[in-house]
Design a protein around this ligand. Structure first.
Ligand SMILES: NC(=O)c1ccc[n+]([C@@H]2O[C@H](COP(=O)([O-])OP(=O)(O)OC[C@H]3O[C@@H](n4cnc5c(N)ncnc54)[C@H](O)[C@@H]3O)[C@@H](O)[C@H]2O)c1
Length: 441
């Protein structure tokens, strides 16, 4: 009954909203943008329960209002581990799918689930999401959602066709400094945001050469493409500050890669002369830099560097007409506050600008993956599904942010020629409401 009422209300809203937009070429507003029926207890099927999937699984076991009723992995030891974790948390043993790389299709077809959540290697995100939506489930994926423009469109079209959420789980959007900056921006303290920079600068050489976990698939992508294969950690948070898909949108990109040296140097220094790793040829430039221009004329720098020795950074710079925030280390400058020409250590203003959600949830998130931000993103996903609210990140965001992979490859291959982003929202970016993340639990 409750569901019927909400469904009717949603259809009414969708029609009214579409009419007010006066866009006849686009489908009526669907789950990606409009509320859907609340789900009291979210039944989750997890596909890929390795390092990151396992960490999400542990979060979901602590989040009220959801349970994991099915698990899938190509490695039986991981489904066994997941089953142990789930039963130890007092939930019923999940249905297990471990009959190979396409067994997620059987899971999607067979199980009665609300959400399929995938933390598989990159090449499997889209097949799992499409199978989930086709069988009537909402879908969530680890980052990036898709590696090609065609797959970005496939996600958008499927979410619209089946009226399902297709969420990309960008945990860095929920890290404490990122949420604090969003709070500062929303309060207008940086003025109009004109420029931002973000990236994923993380020495992964050792991990890429491991004979387990990410080493089994991530290095392969460094042999397949040259561009930015992993743009969303740096780009997601600054896109929120720039209201991408909600008042502005990515318009075009130029991208450039430097030489590829880091992985072959690592192989030379760590493997014997006859090791197959020494023969591998890498295409991924060690440092890739992209510049994105938005429809409103703003600029974003996105960088990727995972093959060279360096301390970790996501850059995280947001600059407006009244000041700027710069990450790594976190510092703030607001004209008229403090001394001219001097950074303020962000730690000294945290009590003033901390995001209310972090204050509310801090204790529960303690000890969870990546400093607690993974718990908060999982919590928000379940909270939105339970309340029937649009998710913080929708399929259009997943597509726009992930499109940087393919577009950076294309621009890099074409002597950094500028390449246009598709408008996945088909014009709705002009009227979509700004993202607000509530601090209420
Ligand atoms: N957001 C973050 O901070 C973060 C951190 C690490 C990884 N990730 C993302 O998480 C995903 C997984 O990374 P990881 O580090 O957990 O890697 P992993 O190799 O530890 O885990 C991947 C799991 O997927 C399983 N798998 C592979 N193909 C499958 C298939 N077809 N069907 C079912 N299971 C399959 C593997 O057996 C493994 O257990 C990637 O997309 C990665 O980019 C995100």
């Amino acid at each position: 009954m409750n569901n019927d009422i909400n469904r009717r209300e949603f259809l009414k809203m969708s029609g009214a909203a579409a009419a007010s937009l006066n866009v006849h070429s686009t489908p009526a507003l669907v789950a990606p943008l409009a509320p859907i029926a609340p789900i009291a207890n979210v039944r989750i099927g997890m596909v890929g329960v390795g390092l990151q999937g396992g960490s999400h699984l542990e979060n979901f076991l602590k989040i009220p209002g959801c349970r994991i009723t099915a698990v899938c992995d190509i490695r039986e030891e991981r489904t066994t581990w997941a089953t142990q974790e789930i039963t130890a948390a007092g939930q019923a043993a999940p249905a297990v799918y471990a009959r190979g790389p396409r067994d997620f299709e059987r899971l999607c077809e067979t199980e009665d689930l609300d959400l399929v959540f995938t933390a598989t290697p990159w090449e499997w995100h889209v097949p799992v999401m499409l199978a989930a939506m086709k069988s009537g489930k909402h879908a969530a994926t680890e980052v990036p959602a898709a590696m090609t423009l065609d797959d970005c469109w496939a996600l958008v079209e499927s979410a619209e066709k089946y009226s399902r959420h297709a969420v990309m789980m960008e945990n860095c959007n929920y890290d404490r400094p990122e949420m604090m900056v969003m709070n500062i921006v929303r309060q207008g303290l940086l003025g109009d945001v004109l420029h931002a920079e973000g990236g994923y600068l993380h020495d992964l050489r050792e991990i890429k050469f491991e004979k387990r976990d990410e080493g089994l698939w991530r290095r392969a992508w460094s042999r397949k493409l040259n561009g930015n294969p992993y743009p969303t950690h740096g780009l997601g948070p600054v896109a929120n500050c720039l209201d991408i898909n909600r008042g502005d949108r990515f318009d075009y990109i130029v991208s450039m890669s430097g030489p590829s040296r880091g992985l072959s140097d690592w192989a030379r220094d760590h493997f014997p002369a006859d090791a197959p790793e020494r023969q591998e040829k890498f295409t991924l430039g060690d440092v890739n830099t992209s510049l994105i221009k938005t429809a409103l004329g703003k600029t974003i720098v996105v960088q990727h560097c995972t093959n060279l020795p360096r301390p970790y950074s996501r850059i995280h710079m947001v600059q407006g007409t009244k000041g700027l925030f710069q990450g790594y280390p976190n510092r703030l400058y607001i004209e008229g506050r403090g001394e001219n020409d001097r950074w303020v250590d962000a730690a000294t203003v945290r009590s003033e600008f901390d995001h209310p959600l972090w204050i509310a949830i801090e204790k529960r998130a303690a000890g969870a993956g990546h400093g607690g931000m993974d718990y908060i993103e999982d919590y928000r996903l379940i909270q939105c599904l339970r309340a029937g609210l649009p998710t913080d990140m929708n399929v259009y965001d997943a597509a726009a942010l992930s499109a940087v992979v393919d577009l950076s490859v294309k621009s890099t291959a074409a002597r950094s020629r500028s390449i246009e982003f598709p408008d996945f929202t088909r014009g709705r970016w002009r009227t979509n409401p700004r993202l607000e993340i509530s601090g209420e639990l």
